[in-house]
Design a protein around this ligand. Structure first.
Ligand SMILES: [Zn+2]
Ligand SMILES: [Zn+2]
Length: 340
């Protein structure tokens, strides 16, 4: 075939030889301006319909690449972009590609101005509007929920949500409200609230109860419910010293099925079924154990200073226990016990 322009005889591309075809041709194009949405609240950028967390320069580069088009027949192999900040809201972006056109290796470049426009993403607009689907109510089985346990639970929920929200943007904690008897946490998702209630139940041996309330209709016309998950914290807590069947134990583990006990004195391990855990009475809570200074160590025994009267006391320890400079002890009817 002949090139209609220069007459060269070779394979033609739309009537032209490849040189004539490429001559002065813009292989890739970019719009003159590209508007890039940024959430004014969380500062994430919307690229290809998805909100992503990245620097403004990287977002400008991604926005330019997402708007780039190449001529038909070009096979793109690599794509690059380089953003240069003009001011806070405007970036000049140079995009370049390499590829193949009619078996010829080609490169091309194009430029654009990316303009950042503030907006509010759906997640933030929901969060700012106090949107919630479920309430996690943390209460105590007996008296008031202690401030320590309340803070510990709120911290647990916050950390879990932080982890999950990094992969699921629809997940957030709307509000934490201290209420009479405990704390309420308002959550953006029913399934999140359900799984957190279950996790708290498994971690703390808490009882849970769920209830629902019809709050209206969805945009699609179906019933919309809000769920409430009541999590009733037991009196005991992991690492408490408890009395069970008239013996003193450390509650050394809590599982779905029940508790693991380590008896003080002989350190024998046993288990207690979930249904019987309410029979355990807390003798000394984990956060009020006494700390004693270790004076000397020998096999099966250590000498410590009594934390209250500073006399030297011998206490038994489990075989092979690693003993530091201080140990936790509990005073059971005037006798000190090592708490592993
Ligand atoms: Zn030609
Ligand atoms: Zn946002």
């Amino acid at each position: 075939m002949f090139c209609v322009k220069c007459g060269k005889e070779e394979e033609t591309f739309r009537g032209l030889c490849i040189d004539c075809f490429l001559d002065g041709k813009q292989l890739i194009t970019l719009p003159v301006h590209i508007d890039l949405e940024r959430c004014a609240n969380c500062e994430e950028f919307r690229i290809n319909g998805r909100w992503v967390k990245e620097t403004a320069a990287a977002a400008a580069e991604d926005a330019a690449i997402s708007q780039m088009s190449a001529i038909d027949g070009m096979r793109i192999i690599t794509v690059g972009a380089e953003a240069e900040e003009l001011d806070e809201r405007n970036f000049h972006v140079m995009a370049d590609v390499s590829g193949e056109l009619s078996d010829r290796a080609v490169t091309a470049a194009a430029e654009t101005i990316v303009r950042i426009k503030n907006n509010v993403c759906r997640k933030c607009s929901r969060q700012l509007g106090n949107y919630y689907e479920a309430t996690l109510q943390i209460r105590s089985g007996s008296k008031e929920l202690s401030a320590e346990l309340r803070d510990e639970t709120v911290r647990y929920v916050r950390e879990r949500i932080e982890n999950i929200s990094s992969i699921n943007r629809q997940i957030f904690l709307t509000k934490v409200e201290e209420v009479q008897g405990g704390v309420d946490m308002l959550l953006s998702s029913i399934s999140l609230a359900r799984s957190l209630a279950k996790e708290l139940s498994d971690t703390y041996g808490a009882e849970t109860k769920e209830s629902s309330k019809l709050v209206g209709k969805t945009a699609g016309g179906s019933d919309m419910y809000r769920m409430t998950y009541l999590v009733r914290m037991p009196e005991y807590h992991l690492n408490d010293v408890v009395i069970f069947e008239d013996k003193v134990h450390k509650l050394s583990g809590i599982t779905k099925g029940g508790g693991k006990l380590t008896r003080l004195g002989d350190f024998n391990a046993s288990t207690v079924r979930r249904s019987r855990m309410t029979e355990m009475k807390v003798h000394t809570s984990y956060d009020s154990l006494m700390e004693a200074t270790v004076v000397s160590r020998s096999a099966g025994e250590i000498q410590i200073l009594h934390p209250l009267n500073y006399t030297t006391v011998d206490v038994r320890i489990p075989d092979g226990a690693e003993i530091g400079d201080t140990v936790n002890v509990a005073d059971i009817d005037g006798t000190l016990f090592f708490v592993p």
